[in-house]
Design a protein around this ligand. Structure first.
Ligand code: RIB
Ligand code: CA
Length: 313
């Protein structure tokens, strides 16, 4: 039985690698890719999702456009990391895959109502605006979701857009607050994990040595994407965030964490978007999240590189 997933995303080079990993993995049935504003505005993230599927040779994938801005706050983007196109590093032609006419939020709701209860996993790679809007518009979908696996948050590592907030949560903290308080059980791949997964030269070279067009594109994307965080952190390579969501689905044994309570700060300007992680259980708040803290980074890159080699050249 394939695992049915919806990928919610704001591509972004790291989102792109996550999408390619999912499309290269026969265990997964990608029911659709829903896009939103995040790393760059929506008109580019939806176009980028279509380009990425064409890189994978998958013109069959359904791609939807969703939220063009956060629920409450003004949109904050990250062109300084991803470039003006969001996929800087390799120039791709305008996509031929059509954008689906249905809104992403309606697609999420319709799919969860139509598919057998507890069989659809939501893989979120960006802000949680689409998911929050779907849950608010149709609360009946909450118990029908198998699980939400998200890249977001940070605790031991702090934040990456403010000292305490991670970008996906910070962009739309009100959406995150809705999702974290919807009675769902969330699996979180935070900065505490992704900062251990660095795109070192050796690892990018291994991807480039696959010697296919798609591997050349991935190596070019990562070479561009890493320059911002290499300068920021002084490391060989940058944290590769979003593919960890898909890798967790494929090989959860690469990761370890703890069930605990995670709440979202939405009141303080100083700590807006902070994920407050009760790692040591000092409160009686519900344990709403499986919060990952450790990862086998070499195991992750072995999986990623092997799967990327399965993509059509
Ligand atoms: O903080 C990292 C996250 O923000 C990743 O999902 C990256 O693509 C950006 O969306
Ligand atoms: Ca992302």
């Amino acid at each position: 039985m394939k695992t049915k997933i919806i990928i919610d995303t704001d591509p972004g080079q790291d989102d792109a690698v996550a999408i390619l990993l999912a499309l290269a993995s026969p265990e997964l049935d990608v029911l659709g890719i829903t896009t939103l504003a995040g790393n760059i505005p929506l008109e580019k993230t939806q176009s980028n999702a279509r380009k990425i599927c064409e890189v994978a040779g998958r013109k069959d994938v359904k791609i939807f456009a969703g939220a063009s801005r956060p629920l409450v706050r003004q949109l904050v983007t990250a062109e300084e990391v991803h470039g003006d196109t969001g996929l800087n590093g390799y120039d791709l032609p305008a996509p031929e895959i059509p954008l689906q006419p249905q809104n992403a939020i309606d697609f999420i709701i319709e799919t969860l109502l139509q598919e057998e209860i507890g069989t659809v996993t939501l893989c979120t790679l960006g802000p949680l605006t689409n998911i929050a809007m779907a849950l608010t518009r149709e609360p009946a979908i909450a118990p029908r979701i198998k699980q939400i696996i998200m890249m977001g948050g940070g605790y031991f590592e702090g934040g990456n857009i403010t000292p305490v907030a991670e970008f996906n949560i910070y962009v739309d903290p009100h959406a995150a607050h809705v999702v974290f308080n919807a009675g769902l059980h969330l699996t979180i791949l935070p900065l505490d994990v992704t900062h251990q997964v660095l795109t070192t030269k050796k690892r990018i070279d291994a991807i480039r040595q696959i010697s296919t067009r798609s591997s050349e594109i991935v190596a070019a994307w990562l070479s561009y994407y890493q320059r911002h965080d290499e300068a920021k952190y002084g490391t060989d390579g940058a944290p590769l965030h979003d593919p960890n969501v898909i890798a967790y689905l494929l090989k959860p044994e690469l990761y370890s964490g703890r069930h605990c309570n995670v709440e979202i700060e939405i009141a303080s300007d100083l700590t807006m978007g902070e994920t407050v992680v009760d790692w040591w259980g000092v409160t009686t708040r519900a344990k709403n999240a499986y919060y990952m803290r450790d990862v086998d980074a070499d195991g992750f890159f072995t999986l990623l590189t092997k799967r990327l080699s399965h993509l059509p050249s």
